[in-house]
Design a protein around this ligand. Structure first.
Ligand SMILES: *[C@@H]1O[C@H](CO)[C@@H](O)[C@H](O)[C@H]1NC(C)=O
Ligand SMILES: *[C@@H]1O[C@H](CO)[C@@H](O)[C@H](O)[C@H]1NC(C)=O
Ligand SMILES: *[C@@H]1O[C@H](CO)[C@@H](O)[C@H](O)[C@H]1NC(C)=O
Ligand SMILES: *[C@@H]1O[C@H](CO)[C@@H](O)[C@H](O)[C@H]1NC(C)=O
Ligand SMILES: *[C@@H]1O[C@H](CO)[C@@H](O)[C@H](O)[C@H]1NC(C)=O
Ligand SMILES: *[C@@H]1O[C@H](CO)[C@@H](O)[C@H](O)[C@H]1NC(C)=O
Ligand SMILES: *[C@@H]1O[C@H](CO)[C@@H](O)[C@H](O)[C@H]1NC(C)=O
Ligand SMILES: *[C@@H]1O[C@H](CO)[C@@H](O)[C@H](O)[C@H]1NC(C)=O
Ligand SMILES: *[C@@H]1O[C@H](CO)[C@@H](O)[C@H](O)[C@H]1NC(C)=O
Ligand SMILES: *[C@@H]1O[C@H](CO)[C@@H](O)[C@H](O)[C@H]1NC(C)=O
Length: 601
């Protein structure tokens, strides 16, 4: 794809999708810093060709962004309404409940007793400690603490204990009985064993234990679990795999081609998973840079093409079953930054375009890689409050990408060292949307702290933020109205002041606090769509009529409204859009938005 660097001096006379507030701040910036305002603006030209029917379009699962929560932690999330409000917002866009895997290191320490008397309150207060050292015995109160709480339609994947073989795997089978008794309606799948490729090296099995030796144990548990359900347990399904090592460090035959060859294939296994942490936080140094490197991401994910092919060869689907920026609960200054939100968007869309159907982001109630922190907490480094971290906005942006009445498909559009982009299509190969991510880093001094997470080293000054002018040739008709929305923040290292076109979650409970504002962009002659995009920003562009056709989360009782500033048309989404309600007059709105734009500078 041709692209060129421009040493631009002023904004081009192309009338790209403007941003009134930023133009204003650029103007003021120019007044104060006349020398550096002639920042480099890159022009990127891309041509979208309508794909043939045999193209590499891949389906977009509505649960593309999914969640993995340590099973001990869900009751802690349930103490407040953050997670519930967050899930409601995402699910309103995707028209599908969230998929939650309850699993992690604790799965293999868990057993169940219907007589256990530990109260829900005790579970919720972290009874088993930050990392349970011994076993975890769940009782009915555990399930009751979250049952039905994450409706509408949240579904669970439950990871059973494969380590503890006492009394013919009584721990796994009794826990499965508890799961089926309390949350069967909400259960999608069982997993058996968390990161079993480490069992040999950690001493839970012989050193030579491999997938062939794992198979009879796994099958025994699956058979017994199916016996607990009606109709021979025909509707009880499993995900196989769940290995810790990434696809490029496979030990023994612990990857998807390996376990399928060993015999893990059956109608009861519709899904195969592997875990993936691009950087290790357990030891060694980690940095923010790889989050904004498309080349690193591509190199990492291309290792999974053969995993996807293996799963699909037996009629299964492949998911990254547990993942996040940095392993071992993440790292402040990396996992809790706006760069992580941009990374999430690029990660899941690139995953989907190579056939990875879902990506499960791991969270605990107090880790820097969690999208939400549900309660106040203390660590050795300080006292922190509940709140919302930038990753939540990355997930929200993806839910806007997934919002549709149709079954969507995705493919990569173009990429380079500092950008990536994707096109989204319906089943008849009509272009529905596209996403463009400017991955150029920008360090800011604004919004660099968030009371829900540890502070990180700050950078001493603000320097000009570069931007790119993007000109895309599309099959859309000249004059058609488009919506452009932006995943935006003050800079890649920011931990606060992040939003999706003004859409914000309240830091108090993750309820919708500000409604999203669609900016209207018009398709130019011959189908060109032109917009500008800042360093460290992502945009989603689609016909405005499609935005109107789908439900979106909005603040309770709010009204839709329209405004224009500097010739830019903006339409604020609202919960009620009744023309009969006395909406302020158009000219008042214009004046109001000009004033608020000035205040925002
Ligand atoms: C977009 O690119 C096309 C093809 O090069 C060009 O004709 C058109 O003027 C460009 N539009 C803008 C606004 O730069
Ligand atoms: C939840 O499930 C019900 C019944 O299947 C369905 O009518 C409703 O649309 C679903 N809601 C969401 C948000 O998926
Ligand atoms: C496991 O939990 C049970 C019930 O709480 C307890 O009696 C037992 O000592 C625990 N075993 C280990 C090894 O921690
Ligand atoms: C293993 O499971 C049994 C129940 O079958 C339980 O009594 C025992 O404490 C568990 N052992 C460990 C180490 O968790
Ligand atoms: C957390 O707050 C408590 C109570 O105010 C205080 O005693 C403690 O020193 C604080 N901890 C840290 C690490 O700042
Ligand atoms: C959490 O901490 C904040 C700030 O210290 C405080 O205002 C809030 O009341 C606390 N919340 C709870 C539930 O204790
Ligand atoms: C994206 O980048 C990778 C390498 O970084 C390249 O192999 C691939 O072809 C690119 N895809 C597109 C659509 O440009
Ligand atoms: C931006 O911040 C990162 C660390 O977060 C640092 O490595 C990098 O050098 C900084 N870049 C500039 C231009 O200050
Ligand atoms: C959203 O972010 C942009 C850019 O950081 C900022 O100008 C705007 O004020 C924010 N909006 C809200 C509602 O926070
Ligand atoms: C805003 O403009 C759109 C498109 O012209 C129109 O459909 C909608 O009714 C307007 N909304 C309000 C609140 O005026």
């Amino acid at each position: 794809m041709p692209s060129a660097w421009w040493l631009g001096s002023t904004r081009r006379s192309v009338n790209p999708a403007p941003r009134p507030r930023r133009s204003l701040s650029l103007l003021l910036f120019a007044l104060y810093f006349p020398i550096i305002v002639s920042a480099i603006e890159r022009t990127i030209a891309i041509s979208i060709t309508v794909p043939a029917t045999d193209n590499p379009l891949r389906p977009l699962d509505r649960n593309l962004v999914s969640w993995s929560i340590q099973n001990r932690d869900l009751p802690i999330f349930s103490r407040t309404s953050y997670l519930q409000n967050f899930f409601n917002a995402l699910s309103t866009n995707t028209a599908k409940g969230q998929s939650v895997r309850l699993g992690g290191g604790e799965s293999d320490k868990t057993t169940y007793s219907p007589d256990i008397t530990i109260t829900a309150q005790k579970f919720q207060s972290g009874y088993y400690g930050a990392q349970a050292q011994g076993n975890v015995t769940l009782g009915p109160n555990y399930f009751e603490s979250f049952k039905d709480r994450y409706a509408p339609n949240t579904t669970y994947i439950w990871c059973l204990n494969l380590i503890n073989s006492t009394n013919n795997f009584e721990a796994a089978i009794s826990t499965a009985a508890g799961v089926l008794e309390y949350i069967k309606d909400e259960l999608e799948l069982f997993e058996i064993g968390n990161e079993a490729d480490f069992y040999g090296s950690k001493g839970y099995r012989d050193k030579n234990w491999d997938a062939t030796m794992m198979l009879p144990e796994w099958n025994y548990i699956a058979d017994e679990v199916q016996k607990l359900g009606p109709n021979n347990g025909d509707d009880i399904k499993f995900a196989a795999g769940g290995f810790a090592n990434p696809a490029y460090v496979v030990t023994k035959d612990f990857d998807i081609p390996g376990i399928i060859k060993a015999g893990f294939q059956s109608p009861r296994i519709p899904w195969y998973t592997m875990h993936l942490y691009p950087q290790s936080g357990c030891s060694g140094s980690v940095t923010i840079q790889p989050l904004l490197s498309h080349a690193s991401l591509y190199e990492l994910l291309s290792n999974y093409i053969s995993q996807v092919e293996a799963a699909e060869s037996v009629g299964g689907q492949f998911a990254i079953g547990e993942t996040n920026t940095v392993s071992c609960t993440g790292r402040a200054g990396i996992s809790d930054t706006f760069a992580a939100a941009l990374w999430l968007v690029n990660y899941v869309l690139l995953s989907a375009s190579i056939g990875i159907r879902r990506v499960y982001f791991h969270a605990t109630s107090q880790a820097p890689y969690s999208p939400l922190i549900p309660i106040n907490y203390s660590t050795d480094s300080g006292n922190y409050t509940s709140g919302v971290l930038p990753l939540a906005y990355g997930a929200y942006f993806v839910s806007e990408v997934l919002s549709s009445n149709e079954n969507l498909h995705v493919t990569e559009m173009a990429n380079d060292t500092d950008y990536s982009s994707y096109t989204i299509w319906d089943e008849s190969n009509n272009l529905k949307k596209f996403v463009f991510i400017n991955l150029a880093a920008y360090n800011t001094t604004m919004g660099v702290t968030n009371s829900a997470t540890e502070d990180s080293p700050a950078f001493p000054f603000d320097y000009p933020r570069s931007s790119a002018l993007v000109n895309i040739s599309t099959p859309w008709n000249a004059g058609e109205e488009l919506s452009i929305i932006r995943l935006q923040g003050p800079g890649s290292n920011a931990k606060a002041l992040v939003n999706v076109s003004d859409f914000t979650f309240s830091t108090k409970d993750a309820k919708v606090e500000n409604n999203l504002v669609d900016t209207i962009l018009t398709v130019q002659a011959d189908g060109y769509v032109v917009f500008d995009i800042l360093a460290s920003e992502a945009v989603l562009i689609q016909p405005y009529s499609d935005v109107l056709a789908n439900p979106h989360p909005t603040k309770t009782e709010s009204r839709a409204s329209n405004s224009t500033a500097n010739g830019v048309v903006m339409r604020t989404r609202g919960a009620s859009n009744l023309a009969s309600l006395c909406t302020p007059s158009w000219s008042v709105l214009v004046v109001f938005s000009v004033i608020s734009a000035m205040l925002a500078v």
